[in-house]
Each structure stands twice: as C-alpha cells, then as structure tokens.
Design a binder for this molecule. Sequence first.
Ligand SMILES: CC(C)(COP(=O)(O)OP(=O)(O)OC[C@H]1O[C@@H](n2cnc3c(N)ncnc32)[C@H](O)[C@@H]1OP(=O)(O)O)[C@@H](O)C(=O)NCCC(=O)NCCS
Ligand SMILES: O=C(O)C[C@H](O)C(=O)O
Ligand SMILES: [Mg+2]
Length: 288
Amino acid sequence: MTETSLQGVRSLLFAPGDDARKLRSALASAADGVIADLEDAVAPDRKDAARGIVRTEFAAAGTHMRRMVRINGLDTDWGREDLALTRTLDLDAIVVPKATADSISAVGADGVPVIALVETAVGLRQAYEIGLHPRVSALMLGGADLGAELRWKPRSDGLELLFARSSLVVDSAAAGILPPFDVVHLAPRAIDELIDESTFARSIGFGGKACIHPCQAEPVNTAFSPSQSEIDWARAVVAAFDDASARGSGTAVVDGRLVDAPVVRHARSMLSHPGSTNQLPRRSPAAH
Ligand SMILES: CC(C)(COP(=O)(O)OP(=O)(O)OC[C@H]1O[C@@H](n2cnc3c(N)ncnc32)[C@H](O)[C@@H]1OP(=O)(O)O)[C@@H](O)C(=O)NCCC(=O)NCCS
Ligand SMILES: O=C(O)C[C@H](O)C(=O)O
Ligand SMILES: [Mg+2]
C-alpha cells in the first residue's frame, strides 16, 4: 500500500479531458478531487487533443484541488502515450480503467498512487490482488462497464450492485488500502437518488464516490462525512466505555445497545477523523 494523499477524499469529479471548460469548472468545484478523463468520455479522434488540453488546464490550476488523470488501458492505441503524459504532470493519482492484476502490474511499480477502477468480471475476482499492488491506494467500482458485461437491468434500489460493492469493501480492507470509491450516479439531476445511493454506499463501507457533475460533489461530501449525531454517539460511546473501564468492566450500554471493544474502536476512529470516513482500515488486534 502506498502512503497516500487520498486519505480523506470523498468526492472525485470526472470531466472529459478534451473539454477545457468542464475541466476548469471541475477544478473550481466543491469536489475533493478532479479526474480528467482520457478514456471513455473522449472520442477516438480527440484523444491526442485531450492530452494537450489536460496538460494546459492542470498547469493553469491552483494546487488546492487533488488532480488525477484516467488513462486509456495500456492495451489500447492510446494508453502508453497517456501514461507518458501523466509522468510529466504533478498529479495526486492516476486512475487505471478496467483494472486486472496484469494491467496494474503493467503500469509499473514507480510513480504516483493508482486508483484501480474495477469494472470487469475478471477485475472483480482479482480485486484483492489488485489492492495488494504497491502503487494502488484505492479501488473504484465502475458500474456502467460491469453492468454492460453482466447484462444488468438497473434497479432503483441498486440491488444488482450489492455483491460487487460488498466485495470491493472487503477486498480493500483485506489489502490494507483505503475504502473504495462508489460508482458514478449517471443522472446528475436526481440529487435525492444520489443522496440515498451515497448514504447506502457509506453504510456498507465505501469511503467516497465518483461524480460526473459538479452539483453532485456537495451531497457526496456530506454523505461521506460523519454527521453531528454520529459524532455525538461516538463521544457518548467513548465516555461510557472509559467510565466502565475505570470500574474494571469491559462493557457499557449506550442508547440501550452494548458497547464493547470493537464498538469503541469504531467510535474512536470516527473521532480522530471527524471530516471524512475515507480512512485506512483499523484491523482488530487479532489481525495484526
Ligand atoms: C453528463 C454530462 C455530459 C451532462 O452535461 P450537460 O448536460 O452539458 O450538463 P449541464 O447542462 O448540467 O451543465 C451545466 C454546467 O456544468 C458544467 N459541467 C457539467 N458536467 C461537468 C463536469 N463533469 N465537470 C465540470 N463541469 C461540468 C457544464 O460545463 C455547464 O457549465 P456552463 O454552464 O458554464 O457551460 C456532463 O455532466 C459530463 O460531461 N460529465 C462528465 C462525463 C465524464 O467525464 N465521463 C467519464 C467518467 S463517468
Ligand atoms: O466511464 C464511466 O461510466 C465510469 C466507469 O468507468 C464505469 O464504467 O462505470
Ligand atoms: Mg468504465
């Protein structure tokens, strides 16, 4: 696992790499990071132009925003040139699409952190191995590609995604990397759906979510930050447990629920990072 500047990142906003206007507006948005896309949002005859546009817009931007580039796969006509471009830019990460254990190895061991986009059946089966690669800081789930491959008929409750989502959460934690980033919500106007989807993704262990429109950044940031009531709960848990410990007990009850060591670990972790749920995993003592 790479020491990473991605800790705490909740929203990652994609913008097409050949669209200077969108790149500029993404860099000025509320997102925690921008991903300039060279892959599926850019038509084949715009791939070369896109590299130049990304270089210019990223160079002109201030440094407050984390900057990333999604390259084309290294097995395509454009991937090698994309990778060469990324080596000349000051990036926080590169995003590798359709990641598999082999394609991540091909990216090489040296360079900025990698977010591996898991969006194929093979990639999903290999996600733990992908997460163990020394450059990989986080996984991201790609629902559009995976859904096309598996012939999903999208449901309003997103149940078709549940297995893939849960596997990525488990594989990320087992590999010792950050929690994964959830799929993009493809309907930028449907903010209520986005909030529900983000809240659910966070509840099963995601640390953040990819976005396609600036208006999605704020709701995603909120969904992936502990709420005031969660912080209040965490404080109450720690206080009750400290009190119980002082009396020689390993358990307490808060709001009618048992509090013991793992519950307190969770609460302390929340209090040490109140701004975001995107933090490295805390293993139970037996796992060390
Ligand atoms: C989905 C999409 C095509 C819709 O575009 P649209 O219908 O033009 O969106 P809107 O009309 O709501 O745009 C309103 C404003 O937001 C801007 N905007 C929209 N999506 C943006 C994005 N992803 N990043 C930055 N700015 C964006 C538009 O440029 C426009 O700005 P303007 O009023 O200054 O011209 C567009 O949001 C987009 O390109 N998203 C990213 C696609 C992408 O990168 N895909 C790859 C990975 S999923
Ligand atoms: O490009 C996208 O639609 C995002 C992602 O790669 C996906 O396949 O869902
Ligand atoms: Mg995709």
